[in-house]
Design a protein around this ligand. Structure first.
Ligand code: PRX
Length: 659
């Protein structure tokens, strides 16, 4: 039984909202929430138009709200013009926010650098002018492969200012993954750093860029701009490579933001799907900006006095929405962290909350679960040893949070004073979709509770009919919303097929299973496709399989997920080699070789935790791999299902041997 199902059957604790948060909240009390939901349901176009007019600065006002003429390729505010960077930075100039700290950057080794909104604006302008001076223009694509840094935020904002579409690649991805994305977006510019520093170790980035560009097909890349983070050795390609500090030297600290259609793509971010090739999720400028700003205001109930800290990396959507765009558009002070939660001690997060007086803290269940264990093993770094009284809201994202982790977080980090916001959303949704609100929603550990106003979430069966409370089904969104994915870059057919299957009445199919309880609360049951969630990172089983079969020794591979107490799910690979079945040390040796290979092909996050060798894989007589059975074997359970349709039932015993 999975954690989530278990939690539904046994979980009946309810935590009402705290009075101090209800008072003065952006959305106050259940009545306030219902009123907004009713406004949205009564006339969605008017609701979104009102919010877009009230919250965004437009160069040219829109006259059309939602254009459904080419559904499911929805367009929002399409004839309006704005600039996202101007909405995050210029908007604050001439207001008291200009001199407020925008970013508190803390490096891996604890050095703190602060920039105000005015300074950030100047740095973004200088860099945008530098990019322009190299000849890059609106509509081109830039790959950003950078460590967590002020410079990464500057790079993304500078692209947005010029209408250059960025595609950030997580620094933990391999050169091969970087190459694949660079080719797919047709990048003309790469922005990177010499090296990154995490947990006291340096990891080369520029080298990986050189390797990726050397793999062919990236001839469109005319410049590689390099932020000097460590001063480590790098190779240099004259004419192509430019230091970031040289690109910005002598550039003016003013750069006119380009007025762009609200539908101009802001970014493309790759995420895993159920085939081997990651999908380039394309987001639009106006709708994404609106949705990231609104959710910062609603979910986190943003206040001018807040110190906001989202621990995600800008390589993931959470870092886009809740670091680079939403909090800046809301004028918040935020912490940006280069390092890892366990360095130099496992109390790093708690120490940083204490020192920076963080008020809103947003992290992933995986971090909470591993820090729970670490705190128990190292009592002097337990959160109770730190002053966390500045916190007022704590959030969770990326995977289901099991009730045990929820309770630990609630008690030990939130001091039983802060709501735990279990926010459900996806790369494709742009921002939060189903989440508790701090001044509104009674909490149930393990449930992401209720949809935000304007979000028509439902649980349906194969025919798109809503299922009864307590019954499982597909999580769908019945009406479009401004922050939604616009298409898959270069593959509109895959977009339609993946998200709007015809049998579901034109609803957006999230790819998650869910059910609603008697209070209509949503409980997410995990993916319904071949996508795994390892430490909150999405991984396609086919991606890992393709990487494995690309190794000379591998004839065939099947990858499944197994529940894991720390990482949520773990990758288990069943492998058939091109040689006789290995045993003992030889098997260990090959398993290690294959793990390292996957790390090189995709990135260390995709490394199988467990590799099992067999002479073949369990297949039906028509040759289909029985993944259902492999999942049972991966968990170390006895197969009780009917195996009579299997070509080779004996193989299950062989595959039960772990390495
Ligand atoms: O399965 C859901 C899970 O993460 C998937 C989205 O992954 P990604 O696009 O990488 O975005 C992660 C950051 C938003 C979803 O389809 N997921 C995300 N949040 C939750 C969740 N599962 C359960 N509860 C959540 N709060």
């Amino acid at each position: 039984m999975s954690n989530e199902i278990e939690s539904i059957l046994t979980e009946n604790r309810v935590f009402p909202p705290f009075d101090n948060l209800v008072q003065g909240a952006a959305i106050s009390g259940m009545d306030g929430y219902r009123a907004m939901c009713n406004e949205a349901d009564a006339n969605p176009d008017e609701f979104w138009a009102r919010l877009a007019r009230e919250n965004l600065v437009w160069n040219k006002p829109f006259t059309q709200v939602l254009d459904e003429s080419e559904a499911p390729f929805y367009r929002w505010f399409g004839d309006g013009e704005l600039n996202v960077s101007a909405n995050c930075l210029d908007k604050h100039l001439g207001t008291p926010t200009a001199n407020k700290t925008a970013l508190i950057f803390e490096s891996d080794d604890g050095k703190v650098t602060k920039v105000t909104y005015k300074e950030l604006h100047a740095r973004v302008c200088e860099f945008a002018n530098g990019i322009k001076a190299l000849g890059h223009k609106t509509g081109e694509r830039a790959i950003i492969y950078m460590p967590m840094s002020i410079e990464a935020v500057v790079a993304m904002q500078a692209c947005a200012r010029l209408g250059i579409i960025h595609s950030v690649v997580f620094g933990g991805f391999s050169s091969k993954s970087l190459h694949e994305r660079t080719v797919d977006v047709g990048a003309s510019l790469v922005i990177t750093a010499d090296e990154q520093v995490r947990g006291g170790k340096t990891i080369p980035l520029k080298n990986a860029v050189d390797e990726a560009l050397g793999m062919g097909g990236c001839e469109a890349v005319s410049h590689v701009i390099v932020y000097k983070r460590t001063g480590g050795q790098v190779a240099w390609s004259e004419g192509r490579d430019v230091w970031m500090h040289d690109a910005t030297a002598n550039q003016a600290s003013q750069c006119e933001p380009v007025a762009l259609s609200a539908e101009h793509p802001l970014f493309i971010l790759y995420t895993s799907g159920s085939t081997g090739k990651p999908k380039g999720v394309q987001h639009a400028s106006g709708g994404f900006l609106l949705w990231s700003l609104l959710t910062v205001n609603w979910t986190f109930d943003a206040k001018d006095s807040d110190v906001f800290w989202c621990t995600a990396d800008v390589g993931w959507v959470t870092g886009h929405t809740y670091i680079t765009y939403g909090p800046l558009a809301a004028g918040l002070t935020q912490v940006v962290f280069e390092g890892v939660p366990t360095y130099p001690t496992v109390g790093r997060f708690w120490d940083m909350i204490q020192r920076h007086k963080v008020t809103v803290f947003y992290t992933a269940p995986t971090a909470i679960r591993s820090l729970t264990k670490a705190a128990e093993a190292s009592p002097s770094h337990h959160p109770r040893e730190y002053d966390l009284s500045s916190l007022r809201i704590i959030g969770s994202v990326g995977e289901p949070i099991n009730p045990e982790a929820w309770m630990w977080y609630y008690k030990n980090v939130g001091g039983e004073r802060c709501p735990v916001l279990d926010t459900w959303w996806q790369t494709e949704t742009g921002a939060h979709m189903i989440t508790p609100l701090p001044g509104v929603t009674p909490l149930k550990p393990g449930s992401c509770t209720l949809p935000l106003p304007g979000i028509a979430a439902a649980v349906v069966d194969e025919a798109g009919e809503e299922v009864e409370q307590g019954k499982g089904g597909f999580l769908v969104i019945k009406r479009p919303w401004p922050g939604m994915i616009r298409t898959i870059w270069g593959d509109p057919e895959r977009f339609k097929k993946s998200y709007f299957p015809p049998e579901l009445k034109g609803y957006y199919l999230a790819g998650d299973g869910a059910q609603r309880d008697k209070d209509n609360y949503f409980w997410i049951m995990g993916r319904i496709d071949d996508v795994l969630n390892v430490s909150g990172h999405r991984l396609g089983t086919m991606e890992v399989e393709s990487a494995l079969v690309a190794h000379d020794l591998v004839a065939e591979a099947a990858v499944v997920g197994r529940p894991d107490a720390t990482t949520g799910e773990a990758v288990v690979a069943f492998v058939v080699l091109n040689q006789s079945l290995p045993e003992g040390e030889e098997a260990d040796h090959i398993a290690k070789q294959l793990r390292d290979w996957v790390a090189r092909e995709i990135g260390p996050i995709a490394k199988p935790k467990d590799i099992r060798f067999g002479e073949n894989l369990p297949k039906t007589r028509s040759g289909k791999i029985m993944r259902r059975l492999l999942r049972v074997v991966a968990k170390g359970e006895q197969v009780t299902q009917d195996v009579s349709t299997l070509e080779n039932p004996a193989i299950l015993d062989q595959l039960s041997q772990a390495h």
